[in-house]
Design a protein around this ligand. Structure first.
Ligand code: SF4
Length: 674
């Protein structure tokens, strides 16, 4: 343990002074060493049930900061512009007057024929911040995209659905964030006709997670990809990207169609992959590009990754990189540019691509074709020059009424992550940032879901709105079903950790409930509240198949949670509704209860771990173990009501796994301390 000198302690006391009002907002704040509570005025100030968001800024929904971390000195400040500054030709915006607290009253209306044609060439409405806006637009204009509806003050069914799924946001706030370009609702009109459940991506909402899948030329099938799709949805993916490159043109098309028809989450693709099936990269023409984009839009794809930011002038910056261009789309387009000696066709065709995407309300995920593929290449000229171009493309897409998010790196040292998030916020005017990881180290292949979710947590805290998962197979092969699960869970952890730190209201509720269940030693509730109950239950029962006042980690005598719970002066372990109900009928407060037999999923988890023999797993599945004497109608001999030190010691020694960690610390196994 590091000892502080007296003088250091004194300096700390001064440095950690509490702003006035913070201690009142949270009576548990220690006035000498309390958190600074920068976000102390946010809607989640109460300690009960949610997070104070201590170090994050006060939320600014409807403003440039939304949920944001404080800027480290030197960080780029947010852009003062939004999508309102990039209206289509013939549109104007006037701020009428400020009308605090007024309700939305859009003056737009649809004609009686139901054609969607607007009866007037102006719309007036009040924003969620009480600002009265007057918008004019060319007569006869028909809104198609979520962005266009938002600009007219219209709250679509999808915006209302998003507000239901993000309880801290009102439908008006969702509309305003979409209108500002800081939030997208990727919902192709065709996909809305199938099973799509509208969601949003933006830093005013909870952090989202994307899972990639798709057939490669050497592995997988449509059935396998559909199985992965359902698996990704089960494990919390908010969107899925079909990155298929195998199966031939027909197989690719069928796979995409099947995924779109079966998914409840938005589907993204990289259309250039299909464009070069059966064709040399050099033979790509504008006609092929536009035809494929139209085809996939008609199929119902919700967002397209288009690498239009890779410009001819940027390629000279790639020369000195350790690993060149690692984006598939980026490398294909770079080859095309160099072969033809011309500008990136995606850049040249941008307005035509926008026109197609607007018709179906496909959102852009503007690709970062020059993202770094290793730490050494991070934040270099190639990457930053491309990002500037992406800012320009964002503005142009907004002028065409198309929703935009922006893709980001990749591989970034931990200390550069905040800068990377905040430079995007500035150059792309707050358009949602969708980042791949980033990996914060390159030397752990096989564990890149971990190296990257460390970076992803920092990225989300500093501004990324969606995290593209990385699986253990990253850089090594095509992810299988279990890799998809591992990647999804790693990224749900990253997203949730960032949301808690940002102080998004109610994001900590489940953590706090689980803590109460854990304190009460209520194992059933503990597992119910955990993200993966099967794993939690199986791991617990691997050592001890009775829910009682300790687990195999420390054993009865050393269980601090049990001891705390027994101290009457402590609130710990005594939250209402969290006490374990045990006994034979599961109706005796605090009594131990024999756990249910392991399910087949839980057995499989233990079999994969290889700790228990098949016979032992079978015994757990059929409940023949009587580890702590919790026979029908009897409490376990080790339960705190029956403290019998000899019995507890015997159970611990005989029934539990080896708890002595001395060998792991290279000390004699009889060491009395360990
Ligand atoms: S035995 Fe240890 S790990 Fe298990 S509940 Fe008690 S304190 Fe927690």
């Amino acid at each position: 343990m590091i000892q502080q000198s007296n003088s250091t302690r004194e300096r700390s006391t001064t440095a950690l002074s509490v702003p006035s009002g913070a201690a009142q907002a949270n009576p548990s704040v220690n006035v000498r060493f309390g958190l600074p509570l920068v976000g102390g005025t946010n809607p989640a100030t109460l300690r009960e049930g949610t997070t104070p968001g201590s170090f994050a800024l006060t939320p600014d929904i409807g403003g440039a900061l939304m949920f944001a971390s404080p800027d480290t000195p030197g960080m780029p400040v947010p852009s003062t512009k939004t999508a309102w500054d990039f209206l289509p030709e013939g549109w104007t915006l006037h701020k009428v007057s400020r009308c605090q607290g007024a309700k939305v009253s859009s003056q737009t209306s649809l004609d009686a024929s139901g054609s969607g044609r607007l009866s007037a060439a102006s719309a007036e409405f009040t924003t969620s911040r009480g600002e009265r806006l007057y918008v004019t637009y060319p007569s006869g204009f028909v809104p198609v995209t979520q962005l266009e509806h938002a600009r007219l003050g219209i709250i679509t069914a999808q915006m209302s659905r998003v507000a239901e799924r993000e309880p801290h946001l009102s439908p008006e706030q969702v509309r305003d964030e979409v209108a500002a370009g800081r939030m997208i609702i990727p919902a192709n009109k065709v996909h809305l006709g199938y099973r799509l459940d509208a969601m949003c991506i933006g830093r005013a909402s909870k952090t989202k997670v994307n899972a990639n899948m798709g057939m490669s030329p050497v592995a997988s099938s449509i059935e396998e990809e559909l199985e992965k799709l359902f698996w990704a949805e089960k494990w919390g993916a908010d969107t899925v990207m079909d990155l298929s490159t195998g199966g031939g043109a027909i197989g690719l098309d069928e796979c995409r169609e099947a995924i779109i028809r079966n998914s409840s989450v938005p589907i993204g693709t990289v259309p250039i992959y299909s464009m070069i099936i059966g064709r040399k990269i050099e033979d790509l023409t504008p006609e092929v590009i536009l035809a494929e984009i139209e085809h996939q839009a008609r199929q119902g794809v919700d967002y397209f990754t288009i690498h239009a930011g890779v410009r001819r002038a940027h390629l000279k910056h790639v020369k000195n990189r350790l690993i060149g261009i690692v984006s598939r789309g980026g490398s294909i387009l770079a080859k095309w540019i160099l072969t033809h000696g011309r500008e990136n066709p995606m850049y040249d065709l941008w307005d035509d691509i926008c026109a197609i995407m607007r018709r179906y309300d496909v959102s852009f995920s503007i690709g970062d074709g020059l993202r770094p593929g290793g730490l050494a290449d991070a934040t270099d000229n190639a990457q930053l020059n491309e990002l500037e171009t992406i800012g320009e493309l964002t503005e142009r897409a907004w002028r065409k009424g198309v929703q935009v998010m922006v893709e980001g790196p990749g591989h970034v040292p931990f200390d550069q992550i905040e800068f990377n998030m905040k430079i995007e916020r500035r150059l792309c005017h707050g358009a949602p940032f969708y980042v791949l990881g980033p990996l914060v180290t390159d030397m752990f292949p096989g564990y890149d879901h971990i190296t990257s979710c460390i970076g992803a947590t920092a990225a989300a805290y500093h501004g990324a709105a969606m995290l593209c998962y990385v699986t253990p197979k990253e850089h090594l092969g095509l992810p299988k079903k279990d890799d998809v699960k591992q990647g999804c869970i790693a990224y749900r952890i990253a997203a949730h950790a960032a949301d808690v730190a940002l102080g998004i209201p109610h994001t900590r509720d489940r953590d706090d409930a689980l803590t109460k269940a854990r304190a009460a030693l209520n194992w059933e509730k503990h597992f119910e509240l955990s993200f993966d109950p099967d794993v939690a239950r199986a791991y617990h029962d691997e050592d001890l198949d009775v829910d009682t006042d300790f687990c195999a980690m420390c054993g009865h005598d050393w269980c601090s949670v049990r001891i705390s719970k027994e101290i009457q002066e402590f609130a710990s372990g005594k939250a209402d509704g969290f006490e374990r109900m045990g006994g034979a009928g599961h109706d005796k407060p605090g009594a131990p209860r024999k756990t249910d037999a392991l399910t087949s999923e839980q057995q499989a988890i233990l079999a994969q771990r290889g700790v228990l023999s098949p016979q032992e797993i079978h015994a757990l599945a059929s409940k023949t173990r009587t580890a702590v004497g919790a026979e029908k109608g009897h409490k376990a001999s080790c339960h705190s009501d029956y403290v019998d030190p000899d019995a507890a010691a015997r159970v611990q020694e005989e029934r539990l796994v080896q708890l002595n960690t001395a060998p792991a610390h290279n000390v004699p196994s009889h060491d009395p301390v360990i």
